[in-house]
Design a protein around this ligand. Sequence first.
Ligand code: FAD
Length: 446
Amino acid sequence: MATQTHLLLSSTFTSRRSLQTPPQSPPPKQPKPSITCAARLSGRSLRVAVIGGGPAGSSAAAALAAGGVETYLIERSPAGAKPCGGAIPLCMLEEFDIPSALVDRSVRKMRIISPSNLTVDFGSKTLKPHEHIPMLRREVLDTFLRSRAQSNGANLISALVTRLDVPSDDDDPYVVTYISGNTKHTLPVDVVVGADGANSRVARAIGAGEYSCAIAFQERIRLPEHEMEAYEDLAEMYVGSDVSPDFYGWVFPKCDHVAVGTGTASAKSKIKLFQSGIKKRVRDKIRGGVVIKVEAHPIPEHPRPRRVVGRAALVGDAAGYVTKCAGEGIYFAAKSGRMCGDAIVRASEGGREMVGEEELKMGYLKEWDEMYRGMFRFMDGLQRVFYGSDWGREALVEMCGDEYVQRMTFESYLYKKMVRGSGWEDLKMGWNTLGSLVRARIIEGV
Ligand SMILES: Cc1cc2nc3c(=O)[nH]c(=O)nc-3n(C[C@H](O)[C@H](O)[C@H](O)COP(=O)(O)OP(=O)(O)OC[C@H]3O[C@@H](n4cnc5c(N)ncnc54)[C@H](O)[C@@H]3O)c2cc1C
């Protein structure tokens, strides 16, 4: 394999090899430069490598390129399809300017089914006429977002990143090694955005620390026409220890098939057993269906201990932004990518200055945490209370029958805002929740 330095950059940075060559006589010890370094770049723009071209990476790259930063978006399989349910909140269509033609299904009926088969229709009464949950195929969404980044000026490189060398000095570049078409290349850059998902190589290279992951498994099943009609605008969530000890099983409609899956963090080795559990529950509805794809992937459970280290930042799944309880990560990936990209553009004054760790922490992490930490904690709490046992799950489904609960849930899911409710209704909801939990415990004891 040949090794090449990226042509556009080869002239401006010292190569890693030459950095490692020992000097003739040891230079006098210099004080370590500050990590907040607003040094003006002479004659060139700030260079950023975004590793991973999912929603997080593409959104980061789109923001960076639009803001005047020289941007490299590196994706190992642009034609691939991330294993995913593909449900996104309504606000994402507008916020990320996603054409509605890309939406496979507009779900207006959410059905949640308890361990004892108590079924609640969630949404048909409470959704406003224009409201729905858009369902997309990830191959379609990701391709669209990547081409947006390209049209903003990002250089899309179809390649596998195999290594990231972190500089020991604040003035030196990060060096990204990638393989494209059997050839090894190196790319020196000022800043790295790690958007390479749950198994992030960037996170390992920068010492971001570990997080625990759940595993999600799903089968795409093509149904006979009349069975598929039933899922026209319907998505189903099944809860119960038969489908998952700590999550839910789902049937999500796609253009010409349904995705049937489940996930678990605490019993990963039994994931296939839980998948049989969900398929058993929906047996009559998927009769005659043909499995066209089987897929599995880790889902992070918590943010990493460090999400910004030096001039490298993690976004999306690489950072650990998936809500417990719902397992939702697409919107948070895109949003964190964009916020990180915008923060770099601001700190570098449109790509004219070097950025440092402190600016990334203040401009991206602090803002992110202020906006979403509360929401993630809330979802964490919900999962603990309602997913831990079958009585909790019965209580959850019973509670979902309440119109106020439905409205509050949709307001916060569809628009990604923690909703302030009405005092009296909240009190009533708290009381009803308590009642559901007590009744469910009683039901279980019978
Ligand atoms: C089965 C399943 C169902 C899900 N359903 C939903 C759902 O319905 N709704 C929802 O909101 N969320 C869902 N999620 C979560 C959602 O898929 C993720 O949160 C989201 O994809 C995160 O986006 P990302 O861009 O951070 O990472 P990813 O989408 O994982 O993208 C990472 C990208 O980096 C690339 N990459 C990785 N390593 C390298 C490398 N070394 N070199 C080059 N490229 C690399 C990958 O090819 C990939 O394209 C689901 C997850 C699973 C597993």
